[in-house]
Design a binder for this molecule. Sequence first.
Ligand SMILES: Nc1nc2c(c(=O)[nH]1)N=C([C@H](O)[C@@H](O)CO)CN2
Length: 117
Amino acid sequence: MDQVMIEGLSLETVIGVYDWERKVRQRLELDLELRTDIRPAARADDLSQTLDYAAICQRLSDYADANAHGLVETFAERVAALLIDEFGIRHLRLTVRKPGAVRAARAVGVRIERSVD
Ligand SMILES: Nc1nc2c(c(=O)[nH]1)N=C([C@H](O)[C@@H](O)CO)CN2
């Protein structure tokens, strides 16, 4: 099945379990694979018939601006639910990286895959 993809989406948000982390904004990087049939949009050359990756990036940026979470797990689950509810996505894979979290690692985070039957 086809996918619309977004790689390395950089967002600033309040994220972390420690007290100091509740007072600062930190960077998260997202990769998304959003399953969809791109053929109708390609046939008609029509943006309204596909997933608009620019609109999705803007919505996720707005979400990150307006919300705070402790765990990256919680952030990932909420973002997956938002994508399913608001954009009608039926299957997605989402990677959330927190690049500044562990000095010895390039990034840490979670990867989830969610489907709606
Ligand atoms: N599995 C997780 N482990 C940890 C998380 C997390 O969100 N998921 N968070 C932290 C701290 O907030 C850390 O990022 C501070 O550097 C520790 N472990």
